[in-house]
Design a protein around this ligand. Structure first.
Ligand SMILES: O=C(O)CC1=CCC(=O)O1
Length: 252
């Protein structure tokens, strides 16, 4: 799998991997990279079918999405990394922390869920395969941002572009990965020190999902940000940067 990625920050510094959500790409992390590269080597990448990473025919599984990260780490000769993921990226991180614990240092799970599966995702996959990614722009933005932010022209332009540039088959196949996921019972196997961040106004993965993750992962703690919807790292970049730096051990 040829995973599109960007590696920046000081050589030899601890590595932080950043994993994007459904319908976005590595630009989701634009506000985090400058803050993190002061202390960390930052590896951000595009999930399958998103940004510059090809969308092979699906359905996908979390194991495949996690496998893409392991292949990338091997290719770049990175033995271990901290990991932060938003939504689908967080699900990928939980899979990695369970199945490749020796590769994951600390884990930050942002606006995500361990039990988001269900048939509604199959309906969404069918819609996208039938009508293309443009059909996803207007329904997605009000889930991703609180009303004031969702109206901002710069937000609409940037995140609308991410959605429309995603590959419809890749997006649909990621929906199918979510449809089949319920990893609540697997959470006690995670040993990585875990921070769970939720957006108080997130309609997709409300704070109750963060609480369920934290109840399953020993030592995990929850932070709820407001105002913030599903893309809390984009809506509250300074708060998220501070929390990530504290959690990964890079705070000044
Ligand atoms: O439905 C959305 O757009 C929100 C979302 C669910 C999983 C994910 O990665 O994003």
């Amino acid at each position: 799998m040829n995973v599109n990625h960007e590696l920046t920050g000081p050589e030899g510094a601890p590595v932080v991997v950043l994993s994007n959500s459904l319908g976005t790409d590595m630009r989701l992390w634009d506000e985090q990279v400058p803050a993190l590269t002061g202390r960390f080597r930052v590896l951000r990448y595009d999930q399958r079918g998103h940004g510059g990473t090809e969308g092979k025919p699906g359905p996908y599984t979390l194991a495949q999405l996690g496998g893409d990260v392991l292949e990338l780490l091997d290719r770049l000769d990175i033995a271990e990394a901290h990991f932060a993921g938003v939504s689908l990226g967080g699900m990928t991180g939980m899979w990695l922390a369970e199945h490749a614990p020796e590769r994951i240092g600390r884990l930050a799970l942002i606006c995500t869920s361990a039990d988001l599966g269900g048939t509604a995702w199959l309906d969404r996959a069918a819609t996208v395969r039938a009508h293309g990614m443009a059909a996803m722009v207007e329904p997605s933005l009000p889930r991703w941002f609180t009303p004031a932010a969702a109206e901002r022209p710069d937000v609409r332009a940037k995140f609308g572009d991410m959605i429309t540039r995603a590959d419809a088959e890749g997006y649909a196949a990621c929906c199918e990965a979510i449809a089949g996921m319920d990893i609540l019972d697997d959470l006690p196997a995670i040993t990585a020190l875990t921070l769970v961040i939720a957006g108080a106004e997130d309609p997709a993965t409300p704070p109750s999902h963060a609480e369920r993750i934290a109840a399953g992962v020993a030592g995990a703690r929850v932070e709820v940000l407001s105002p913030a919807a599903h893309l809390a790292n984009a809506e509250q970049p300074e708060a998220v940067n501070r929390l990530l730096l504290e959690h990964f051990g890079g705070a000044a």
